[in-house]
Ligand binder design. Structure first.
Ligand SMILES: [Mg+2]
Length: 240
């Protein structure tokens, strides 16, 4: 076992479980199912619809205040993105947009997967005496359902969900509260997650070691405001 800190904070979505990663592929697959409704009979037209929807989604997820609001209603955010996307293409259709958005939400939900080394890594850290917290953004009910489905609750000393706590990452109050609950100092704590802004830059500003989880080998963003303490491609690297 390598040298470990007193506490580790884990992100949930796309860190312990695969949830929303690689949306391009998922949207393309979903839009093929709706090709007749969309009058999109070739890959290029599907691609145009996908780009319009994802462009609209990106626009409001990039707005910090809007994003904080919509994180608590991801299905609603999807409906809005698809409505705006179809509108942008000059063919507004709210009923069809909602149907497509809801089908995407359900397809993603069915495809959530625990990363294969997640349980073993978390359990090994806990057995080694590390205090563990799960810190996740999103609505209470949505995130609790994932935590139950993937048998995570008993593995953590503290679970903190944005919708229940009232604030989400990257607000510094989120990390401060977690440290207080675990009774640990920032300098003796790691945060592990896939969101560079939320799980590297923000916690490092408090003195927590930000460990960036980069399973798809995306590489550190060119304009990164901080360097992670470490980059891992598999969770098991934490205990090797
Ligand atoms: Mg994440």
């Amino acid at each position: 076992m390598p040298v470990l800190p007193r506490a580790i904070l884990f992100d949930l979505d796309d860190t312990l479980i695969r949830a929303y990663a690689q949306p391009e592929e998922a949207w393309t697959r979903l839009l093929h199912i709706f090709s007749a409704h969309l009058d999109a009979h070739d890959p290029a037209t599907i691609e145009t619809v996908r780009a319009a929807i994802m462009g609209e989604a990106r626009a409001f997820w990039n707005d910090r205040a809007e994003a904080a609001k919509w994180r608590l209603d991801i299905p609603g955010a999807r409906r809005l993105s698809v409505r705006r996307g179809l509108e942008k293409l000059g063919r507004p259709d709210e009923a069809l947009a909602d149907k497509i958005a809801d089908a995407f939400t359900e397809m993603r939900r069915q495809e959530y997967r625990l990363y294969p080394d997640a349980h073993a890594t978390v359990d090994a850290l806990r057995d080694a005496g590390v205090k563990l917290a799960l810190i996740t953004n999103g609505a209470g009910l949505t995130q609790r359902a994932k935590i139950e489905r993937f048998d995570l609750e008993h593995r953590f000393h503290h679970i903190q969900i944005e919708g229940e706590f009232g604030q989400g990452k990257p607000e510094l109050a989120v990390y401060r509260h977690a440290l207080e609950k675990l009774g640990c100092e920032a300098c003796d704590t790691w945060m592990v997650g896939d969101n560079y802004e939320w799980e590297v830059v923000a916690p490092q500003s408090l003195g927590i070691c930000g460990i960036w989880y980069d399973p798809f080998d995306a590489g550190i963003p060119a304009n990164a405001a901080a360097k992670p303490s470490r980059v891992i491609k598999r969770l098991a690297e934490l205990v090797e």
